[in-house]
Structure formats: C-alpha cells, structure tokens
Design a protein around this ligand. Structure first.
Ligand SMILES: NC(=O)C1=CN([C@@H]2O[C@H](COP(=O)(O)OP(=O)(O)OC[C@H]3O[C@@H](n4cnc5c(N)ncnc54)[C@H](OP(=O)(O)O)[C@@H]3O)[C@@H](O)[C@H]2O)C=CC1
Ligand SMILES: O=C(O)C1=N[C@H](C(=O)O)C[C@H](O)C1
Length: 256
C-alpha cells in the first residue's frame, strides 16, 4: 500500500509527497521513492526518520503493521500532525491508543478507505436493524495470501455495524471459530469466515439469512489504488482539523 500511496500522491496536483518512512531494517531505506514504483527518481529517498517526516508534513498516513502504530502515534501527538491510520489487525490497547492520541491531534481511523465499503457499513446497520433477531448474520471476507490479519479490519467494522443495528454489544456476539462439532449455532451471534487466496484485492459479503430467503450485501475492490486514493482523500480532509477522532464518514459526508 505504501507504493500505491506514493503513486496516488505523485499523481495528485493538490498534494506533495514530502517524506516516505519505513522501519530501520527495511531494504527500501535510502532508495528514491520513484524507484519503488518503477518510475524515474523524484529526488526523495525513503527514511526511518519519522519525526522529520512529521515536521515536514501537513498530514501523516499510516499503512504499515500494528506494531508500528505506537511510535507513529507518539510522533503525531508530539508534533501535532494529523494522522490517517489505515493499518488493520489492531488489538484493544492499540484501539485505545488511537483514542488517546486523538486528545492531542486529529486522528482518522479507517479499516477501509473505499467509498463502497463505508456505504456498505451504513446499509448493514440499516438491514440489521430492520430484520432484528429474525436474521442470522454471517460475514465472509476474501483477500490475497500476503495479508497478515484475519478477520480483516473491514469485516470487523461491518460486524460492529451489524451489532449496532440490533443493539448488541459486538464483543458479546462475535464468533470467530466454526470448527466445533457438538454445538448448535448460537442465536444472535455474528460469525466470521475468511478466505486467503492468490491476488484477491478485497471482498466482503454480509449474509442476513431468514427462513426461506436471504439478503447478501457484497463489496469487491478490483484495484488497490482505490484504497490509496481513499486514504489521500482522507488526508486532504484531515489537514487542519482540530484534535479529535474521525472516520471516513466525516470525509464522505455519511452519517458520522
Ligand atoms: N484501510 C485500508 O483501506 C487498507 C488497509 N490495509 C492495511 O494496511 C496495512 C498494510 O498493508 P500492506 O501494504 O498490504 O502490507 P505489507 O505487509 O505489504 O506492507 C507493510 C509495510 O509496512 C512497512 N513497515 C513495517 N514496519 C514499519 C514501521 N515501523 N514503520 C513504517 N513502515 C513499516 C513495511 O516496510 P518494508 O516493505 O520497507 O519492509 C511494509 O512495506 C495492513 O494492516 C492492511 O490490512 C491495506 C489495504 C487497504
Ligand atoms: O490487507 C488488505 O489488503 C486489506 N486490508 C483492509 C482490511 O483488513 O479490511 C482493507 C482491505 O480489505 C484490504
């Protein structure tokens, strides 16, 4: 995604790429960012100096690993630079860290920056509310084999929307394992299933199943540039915002 984001920024007349940051052991360190995306040199090399990047930038965008989040947020807080966090697979502590950082700077968290998924979340909330306890809800997600976290951050966000729709506490009803052999389906649970295969970019289906009929709400992404362009829109929106916690709903003008 770092490469996709570089491409999106270089192609956007409104934005300027002022730094590209990675970890200290990265093979990309010292390389010109142009070379990372198969272009001519653009005169900007990859660094691990996050503080310098935060000082130079109006907005930081994080597509990395959960273990990088704490440092990224610390630097964003210290510099007051707004940060768009797109990394998934966050644990409870890391989710709390986002909220804490939002007390000092503008933090936008998006498990999925595409327009469609953020609309889908609203549709799922509406459908879940309308169908209530009558529907069994299951969420299926499919991604490429390099993905490290499961279920995807998007699947979890869709699960939260489904739970909210029928006034449930998500953690009480989420079911991640379906490998038991002596247990009936728990009514009201929200189940997750994961596929990892080839180069699937990102697909999510929410099944709302009633006796005799079912509703399937599906979103598919065909190109990862969709995520990069969404993240860039979020960064443009977040620039200059006051400290606080934001989501793609703010960017897209959906119900926040
Ligand atoms: N919100 C959204 O719309 C989307 C979110 N994602 C999420 O974004 C994250 C990244 O995805 P993806 O690019 O596919 O994953 P990759 O595993 O391909 O890339 C992770 C990158 O993070 C870099 N990295 C590792 N440690 C650090 C660090 N401390 N500081 C900065 N960079 C670091 C690595 O750099 P190096 O290559 O130099 O080793 C690597 O390139 C995942 O959590 C994924 O789920 C993905 C797509 C869309
Ligand atoms: O790792 C990915 O590729 C993606 N991750 C995000 C997630 O976990 O939901 C978003 C998108 O589906 C692609």
């Amino acid at each position: 995604m770092g490469q996709q984001l570089i491409k999106a920024i270089l192609a956007d007349a409104e934005c300027q790429l002022v730094a590209a940051v990675t970890h200290r052991q990265s093979s990309s360190l010292g390389k010109d960012v142009g070379s990372l995306i198969g272009m001519a040199d653009v005169g900007l090399t990859v660094t691990h100096d996050l503080t310098a990047a935060a000082t130079a930038a109006d907005v930081l965008v994080d597509f990395s690993l959960p273990q990088a989040l704490a440092d990224n947020l610390t630097v964003a807080r210290q510099s007051g630079t707004p940060i768009v966090v797109c990394t998934t697979g966050l644990n409870e502590q890391q989710n709390q860290d986002l909220q804490l950082a939002a007390e000092q700077t503008a933090v936008l968290y998006a498990a999925n920056t595409s327009l469609g998924v953020n609309l889908l979340r609203e549709l799922v909330r509406t459908a879940s509310k309308a169908l209530g306890a009558k529907a069994d809800i299951e969420i299926l997600e499919a991604h490429h084999t390099a993905k490290r976290d499961a279920p995807s951050g998007t699947a979890l966000a869709l699960g939260v929307a489904a739970a909210e729709g029928r006034n449930q506490v998500f953690s009480d009803v989420a079911e991640y394992q379906r490998n038991y052999n002596d247990q009936p389906h728990q009514p009201g649970s929200i189940g997750f299933a994961t596929l990892r295969a080839g180069d699937i970019v990102g697909e999510h289906t929410v099944f709302l199943v009633l006796g005799g009929e079912r509703l399937e709400l599906t979103h598919r992404v065909a190109d990862r540039k969709t995520f990069a362009e969404g993240a860039l829109n979020a960064a443009i929106w977040l620039k200059g915002q006051k400290a606080g916690f934001y989501s793609m709903n703010h960017v897209l003008g959906l119900d926040a």
